[in-house]
Design a protein around this ligand. Structure first.
Ligand SMILES: *Cc1c(COP(=O)(O)O)cnc(C)c1O
Length: 358
C-alpha cells in the first residue's frame, strides 16, 4: 500500500478532528444541552416502550410513526414532506451531497454554526462566506451582492444563530429568500427557545427548507434531526438518506417523548425564564458585555476570555471559549443556560475570574 498521505484527500489530512471537551464531573455549560433529564415516572415508561422494540429487525426505514408524531407536535402541514436525519448534522451533509455539482458553492455567514463549513470540506464543496456586521446582524447589501456574485446552490442560516444567539432581521432574511438562486435552509435548532420560525415562508418559496432537531430541547442523545419543506425537493434529498440512518431505539424513544411532551415543554419554558435572569445578572457584571439571546445559550465578551475560561475550568465549570475562532468573536465565551443552581455557580465563578484576571 502507498503512504496514507498519498491516498487520503489533502483537505481531510489538513482537518483537525472535532474536539469534544472532557466533561467528567464538570458543570457542563458548553454544548447547549437541556440540563434536566426525563422525570422518573417517564424513565420507567420509556424503558418499557424500548423493551418492546424488536432489535433483531431493521428499523422502519420510513420512520412513519416518528414522522407522524413530529407533524402533530410541531404542526407541520401535509403540504410539506419531512426527512429525518441522525441529528441535523447528518441533514446538513445530505444537503451538501445533494447540490455539490462541479463548481457549486455553499455560501455562509461568519461567525455561525461551524458544521456548515466543515461539511462543505467533507464533501469537497466550494465554500464562500460573508462576515456578519459587528452587532451580528446580516449585512444586507454585502450578502445580496455575494449571492448575486456566487450564485450559491446552498445557504444555511441558523435562526437564532449559533454562537451569537440572535435571530436575524426578518426583512433581510426575506430579501435573501427573494434573491437566492439555490436552496436556503433556515436552521431552527433553537426554535423551542426562540419560538420564532420561518415556516410561514414555505408556501411562497419552494427552495426554502426548515430544519429542526430534538437535540437542544432535551434529547441530544437520541440524534434526531428533521427537515421539512417542498415535497419535490425533499423527495430528492430522501434518495441520499441511508435507509436505516435512524435506529429503532431512537425512533421509539423520540416517539415516546413527542407523545408525552409536557415535561420537555415545561423544562424549555423554565430555561427561557432562567435565560432572562442569567442575562440580567451577566449584564450587570463589570467588564462583561452580554449579547441578547433567543436561544438556550448566551454570548459574552470579557477582557481575557482564555484566562476566564481557564479559571472557570478550575472551578469545575465548562463553557465554550470562542476566542481565536473569528475576529468578531474576539474574547468571547458561549455559556449554555443551566439549572438555576448551575447558573448561580457560574455567576459566582465568573465574578471571581473577572476580578482576578483584570
Ligand atoms: C447544535 C446545532 C445543530 C446540530 O444539531 P444535531 O441535531 O444535534 O445534529 C444544528 N444547527 C445548529 C445551529 C446547532 O447549534
Amino acid at each position: 500500500m502507498r503512504k496514507l498521505d498519498d491516498i487520503i484527500r489533502p483537505e481531510v489530512l489538513a482537518l483537525r478532528a472535532y474536539h469534544v471537551a472532557d466533561a467528567d464531573g464538570m458543570v457542563k455549560l458548553d454544548a447547549m444541552e437541556n440540563p434536566y433529564g426525563l422525570p422518573r415516572g417517564q424513565v420507567s415508561e420509556l424503558a418499557a416502550a424500548l423493551g418492546d422494540v424488536s432489535l433483531n429487525r431493521y428499523p422502519d426505514a420510513q420512520a412513519t410513526e416518528l414522522k407522524r408524531a413530529l407533524r402533530e407536535r410541531f404542526e407541520i402541514s401535509e403540504d410539506y414532506d419531512i426527512v429525518i436525519g441522525n441529528g441535523s448534522d447528518e441533514l446538513i451533509l445530505l444537503f451538501a451531497l445533494l447540490v455539490n455539482r462541479p463548481g457549486a458553492t455553499m455560501l455562509g455567514v461568519e461567525p455561525s454554526f461551524v458544521m456548515y463549513r466543515m461539511i462543505s470540506t467533507y464533501v469537497g464543496m466550494r465554500y464562500a462566506s460573508v462576515d456578519l456586521d459587528a452587532d451580528f446582524s446580516l449585512p444586507r447589501e454585502r450578502l445580496i451582492e455575494a449571492i448575486e456574485r456566487e450564485q450559491p446552490a446552498l445557504m444555511f442560516f441558523a435562526y437564532p444563530n449559533n454562537p451569537t444567539g440572535n435571530c436575524y432581521g426578518d426583512d433581510t432574511l426575506d430579501a435573501v429568500l427573494d434573491a437566492a438562486p439555490g436552496i436556503v435552509v433556515v436552521d431552527e435548532a433553537y426554535f423551542p427557545f426562540s419560538q420564532r420560525s420561518f415556516a410561514d415562508r414555505l408556501a411562497r418559496h419552494p427552495n426554502l427548507v426548515i430544519m429542526r432537531t430534538l437535540s437542544k430541547l432535551g434529547l441530544a442523545g437520541l440524534r434526531l434531526g428533521f427537515a421539512f419543506g417542498d415535497r419535490q425537493l425533499l423527495g430528492e434529498l430522501e434518495k441520499l438518506r441511508l435507509p436505516y440512518n435512524v435506529n429503532s431505539l431512537s425512533q421509539r424513544a423520540g416517539l415516546y417523548a413527542l407523545e408525552h411532551y409536557a415535561p420537555l415543554a415545561a423544562q424549555n419554558a423554565q430555561i427561557r425564564k432562567d435565560r432572562e435572569a442569567l442575562q440580567q445578572a451577566l449584564a450587570a457584571l463589570p467588564g462583561v458585555a452580554c449579547y441578547a439571546s433567543a436561544a438556550n445559550f448566551i454570548l459574552l465578551r470579557v477582557a481575557n476570555a482564555t484566562s476566564v475560561h481557564k479559571q472557570l475550568l478550575e472551578a469545575g465549570i465548562l463553557v465554550k471559549n470562542l476566542n481565536g475562532g473569528h475576529a468578531l468573536l474576539h474574547n468571547c465565551l458561549r455559556i449554555t443556560v443551566g439549572t438555576p443552581e448551575e447558573n448561580t455557580a457560574l455567576l459566582a465563578a465568573l465574578t471571581n475570574a473577572i476580578e482576578t484576571s483584570t
